[in-house]
Design a protein around this ligand. Structure first.
Ligand code: NCD
Ligand code: ZN
Length: 344
C-alpha cells in the first residue's frame, strides 16, 4: 500500500473566499495546498469591474501567510449592465481569468446576475474575441421548475445555443451535477469543460435528505440522484481531461446553515485534497488524482502547470468539528469524518 503520494501542486478552479476577516481563514486554508484558485465574484456587492477585481485581489493577497506562494485568478460577475468594453478591459488587465454567468436568483448573491442568458450575446462575442473564458452556473431559475430539473433545462434552453454560436469561446460548466451536464461537456470539443466538486463526486441526494435533513450537505446546484453521481464519477475516473478539480468551497456561518431556511454552500477547503484523494482511492484510481487536480485545469485555461509539488501521507485524521473564523463558527464539509490522507 502506498503511504506517500507526491503530486504536482494542484489548483482549485472554483472557489469562494468571501471577504473581510473571513479571508484570514479561507485564504490560508486554500493556499496551504493550492497554488492558484479561480476566485468566484459573488460578494455583496459583486465583483463587476476590473477595479473591483483589483481591490479584491489585494485584500486576498494581504491575507496570505508570509512566504506563501499563491495566485488568485480573478473573475468578473456578468450583469445586465456589463458591456463589451468591460470584457476588453478585463482581458487587458492581466488579472482576470474569466467571467461568471449567474442566472439571477440561481444561488447565493446572484440577484445582480442575468435574467435572460440569451440576451447578452454581445458579451459572449466579446469574450470569444478576447479569449476570456465563460464560467457558467447552469441552472434555470423559474420557481415553477423543479429544482432537480434546472440544470438540464438550462442546457437545452441556453447553453447549446451559446456553444453553437461561439465555437471558440471556452465554456466551463461549473460544478456539474447531472448526467446531462456530463453529456453536454462530452458532446463538445476541447473548448468545453466542467469543474467537479467533492460533494457531487462523493454524495447524492440521499446524503441530503435520507434519515434526516443534513444542512451541511446542502449546496447549489443541489445534490442529485445516484445515477447522476455515477455519471460524474465515471467521467472523472475515466480520466477525461475536460473534468477537473473545482471545490466550490463556500463557507456560511453555522447558524446560517442550521436554520429554518439554510444557506447553500459547503466549506470544503480545509480538507479538499484529502477528500478527493479518498474518492480516487476508494475507486482504485489514486493514480488518476494528479491529472484531475493538477494538470487538466491548467491545460484547459492555457496556463502553465505548476512546477512544484505537494505530498500527501497516509496518516489518519479527522476533519474538525468546527472552525472559528471572523467571529463566526463554521462547520466544514465532512466534519468529524476520518480521512486517511493528510498534507505532509
Ligand atoms: C455558493 C456560495 O455560497 O457562494 N453556494 C453553493 O451552494 N455552491 C454559490 C454557488 O457556487 O452556487
Ligand atoms: Zn460556487
Amino acid at each position: 500500500m502506498t503511504d506517500t503520494l507526491t503530486l504536482t501542486r494542484p489548483d482549485d478552479w472554483h472557489l469562494h473566499f468571501r471577504d473581510g476577516d473571513m479571508l484570514l481563514e479561507t485564504v490560508p486554508a486554500t493556499a496551504a495546498v493550492f497554488r492558484r484558485a479561480i476566485v468566484m465574484p459573488n460578494l455583496t456587492p459583486p465583483v463587476i469591474r476590473v477595479a473591483d477585481a483589483q481591490a479584491y485581489r489585494e485584500r486576498i493577497l494581504a491575507a496570505l501567510p508570509a512566504g506563501t506562494d499563491f495566485e488568485p485568478l480573478m473573475v468578473l460577475y456578468l450583469t445586465e449592465a456589463t458591456t463589451p468594453a468591460d470584457i476588453a478591459a478585463a482581458a487587458a488587465s492581466g488579472i482576470v481569468y474569466g467571467c461568471k454567468l449567474y442566472p439571477a436568483g440561481a444561488t447565493t448573491n446572484s440577484d445582480s446576475g442575468v435574467r435572460d442568458p440569451s440576451a447578452i450575446m454581445a458579451l459572449y462575442e466579446a469574450m470569444e474575441k478576447h479569449g476570456m473564458p465563460l464560467q457558467v452556473h447552469g441552472e434555470v431559475t423559474e420557481p415553477e421548475i423543479d429544482i432537480f430539473d434546472r440544470e438540464k433545462l438550462f442546457i437545452d434552453r441556453y447553453l447549446l445555443t451559446i456553444r453553437q454560436r461561439f465555437p471558440d469561446l471556452k465554456i466551463i460548466f461549473e460544478h456539474v451535477t447531472t448526467r446531462e451536464g456530463v453529456q453536454f461537456v462530452q458532446d463538445h470539443d476541447s473548448h468545453t469543460a466542467a469543474t467537479v466538486t467533492p460533494q457531487h463526486l462523493m454524495m447524492n441526494r440521499n446524503d441530503l435528505l435520507a434519515g434526516g435533513i443534513r444542512p451541511h450537505n446542502y449546496c447549489l446546484p443541489v445534490l442529485k440522484r445516484r445515477e447522476h453521481q455515477l455519471s460524474i464519477q465515471q467521467a472523472v475516473l475515466g480520466g477525461d481531461a475536460r473534468f477537473f478539480l473545482g471545490t466550490d468551497s463556500a463557507p456560511h456561518a453555522r447558524n446560517k446553515k442550521e436554520a429554518a431556511c439554510g444557506c447553500a454552500g459547503c466549506y470544503s477547503a480545509p480538507a479538499a485534497l484529502p477528500l478527493y484523494a479518498a474518492f480516487f482511492e476508494e475507486h482504485g484510481a489514486l493514480s488518476r488524482l494528479e491529472a484531475f487536480a493538477s494538470h487538466f485545469g491548467a491545460d484547459f485555461y492555457g496556463l502553465p502547470r505548476n512546477t512544484d509539488t505537494v505530498t500527501l501521507k497516509r496518516d489518519p485524521w479527522q476533519v474538525p468539528a468546527h472552525i472559528h473564523a471572523a467571529g463566526e463558527t463554521l462547520v466544514p464539509w465532512q466534519a468529524g469524518v476520518a480521512l486517511q490522507w493528510r498534507l505532509a
